[in-house]
Design a protein around this ligand. Structure first.
Ligand code: NAP
Length: 307
C-alpha cells in the first residue's frame, strides 16, 4: 500500500475515470474514492462495477474534503464542472483534469479556481476508442506519457505530489506549456482522428461502393481507420471545437502535403512516392523502439484471428 491521498474525488467516470478508479484501488493510492457523474444511469453502473467507496450525482458534494480532484469529462464541460465544484473545494486540494486539449481547459477552469487550491492541468496520453465506465481497465496508464501544462506560479510541492501519483500508475510525466501541448497533440492525435472520421465518412458516402462491400472487404487498410472513427463523438466534437486553431493549422499542412503526393501520383513520380513511404516507415520503427507500440502485425486482428 502506498497511500498518497486520504480522499480522491473522480468527477466523470467514463473510460478514463473508471481506469483511474481501478488503479487507485489496486495500488492503494487513496483511503477513499468518491465517484461523481451527472447521470443516474452511469452512477449506477459505476456502483455495480464497484469503482468507488461513495457515489453521488453532485460534483460539489464529491469534492468536499477531497485532497485530490480529477476531472474526467469531455473538454467542453470543463467550465460547468469548475463552476459547480469551486465553492466546495478543500483548501490545499490538488485539482487536475485529463482533457485532451489544454489551453481551452485552462481558460474554462482557472478563473473559477479559488486561490487556496492547486490547479494543475494534465493529459494522460492513453486511451481506446471505447467510452463509459465499462470501458475502463487497470493498467491503462502503464508505460504511457502524462503531460502536465502548469500555469504560472504553480506550487512545486503540489506538482511533485501529482507527479508521484501518475508515476505510481506507471506513467512517465512531462511538462510543457498548454499551447505547445495543443500543437503537438493536434498532429499526433487530433488530426489522425479527423482523417479517420473523414475517410470512413467518404467510404460511407460512395454510391459506387455499397455498404456491404465496405464491411466485407474492410481488411485492406480501411479497418484500421474504423477503429479511430468509432471513438466517442462527444469527446471528439469537443476536441475539434476546443483546439480549433492548432487543428486548422495542421489540416492546412496536411492538405499541402497531400497535394504534393497527389501530384506525384498524377505524374507517375515513383521516386518521390518511394522516398516518402520509406521515410514514414522509419517513423513506425522509432515508435516501436520508444516502447509506444509493439511490432506485432496486428492492430486488433490478433483477437479476431483467435475466434
Ligand atoms: P467517457 O468515457 O465518454 O466519459 C465521460 C464522463 O463525463 C462520464 O462520466 C459522463 O457522465 C461525463 N460527462 C459527459 N458529458 C458531461 C457534461 N456535459 N457535464 C458533466 N459531465 C459530463 O469519456 P472519457 O473517454 O473518459 O474522456 C474523458 C476525458 O478524458 C475527455 O476530456 C477526453 O478528452 C480525455 N481523454 C480521453 C482519452 C480517450 O482515449 N478516451 C484519452 C485521454 C484523455 P454521464 O455518463 O453521467 O453523462
Amino acid at each position: 500500500m502506498n497511500v498518497q491521498f486520504d480522499r480522491i474525488a473522480l468527477i466523470g467516470i467514463g473510460l478514463i475515470g473508471s481506469s483511474l478508479a481501478y488503479d487507485i484501488r489496486r495500488l492503494g493510492l487513496a483511503k477513499e474514492i468518491v465517484v461523481a457523474t451527472r447521470s443516474a444511469d452511469t452512477l449506477k453502473r459505476a456502483e455495480e462495477l464497484g469503482l468507488g467507496d461513495r457515489y453521488t450525482t453532485s460534483s460539489a458534494d464529491a469534492v468536499k474534503d477531497a485532497d485530490l480532484v480529477i476531472v474526467s469529462v469531455p473538454v467542453g464541460a470543463s467550465e460547468s464542472v469548475a463552476k459547480e465544484i469551486a465553492a466546495s473545494l478543500k483548501p490545499g486540494a490538488v485539482v487536475t483534469d485529463v482533457g485532451s486539449t489544454k489551453a481551452s481547459v485552462i481558460a474554462q477552469m482557472l478563473p473559477h479556481m479559488p486561490d487556496n487550491v492547486h490547479f494543475i492541468p494534465g493529459h494522460p496520453l492513453a486511451g481506446t476508442e471505447k467510452s463509459g465506465p465499462d470501458a475502463g481497465f487497470p493498467g491503462l496508464f502503464e508505460g504511457r506519457w502524462c503531460i502536465f501544462t502548469p500555469v504560472a506560479g504553480t506550487d512545486e510541492m503540489a506538482l511533485k505530489r501529482l507527479r508521484s501519483f501518475w508515476e505510481a500508475l506507471g506513467s512517465k510525466v512531462d511538462e510543457m506549456d498548454a499551447e505547445h501541448h495543443d500543437k503537438v497533440l493536434a498532429i499526433v492525435s487530433h488530426l489522425p482522428h479527423i482523417i479517420a472520421y473523414n475517410i470512413v465518412g467518404t467510404a460511407d458516402d460512395l454510391e459506387t461502393v455499397t455498404e456491404s462491400e465496405v464491411i466485407k472487404y474492410s481488411a485492406s487498410g480501411f479497418r484500421d481507420f474504423t477503429r479511430l472513427a468509432a471513438s466517442d463523438p462527444t469527446m471528439w466534437r469537443d476536441v475539434c471545437l476546443h483546439n480549433r486553431d492548432a487543428i486548422l493549422e495542421m489540416l492546412a499542412r496536411f492538405s499541402e502535403d497531400l497535394a504534393y503526393l497527389q501530384r506525384a501520383i498524377r505524374w507517375g513520380e515513383g521516386d518521390k512516392i518511394f522516398e516518402l513511404f520509406t521515410r514514414t516507415r522509419a517513423i513506425r520503427r522509432s515508435i516501436i523502439q520508444a516502447g509506444q507500440d509493439v511490432d506485432a502485425p496486428d492492430f486488433g486482428r490478433h483477437a479476431l484471428d483467435k475466434k
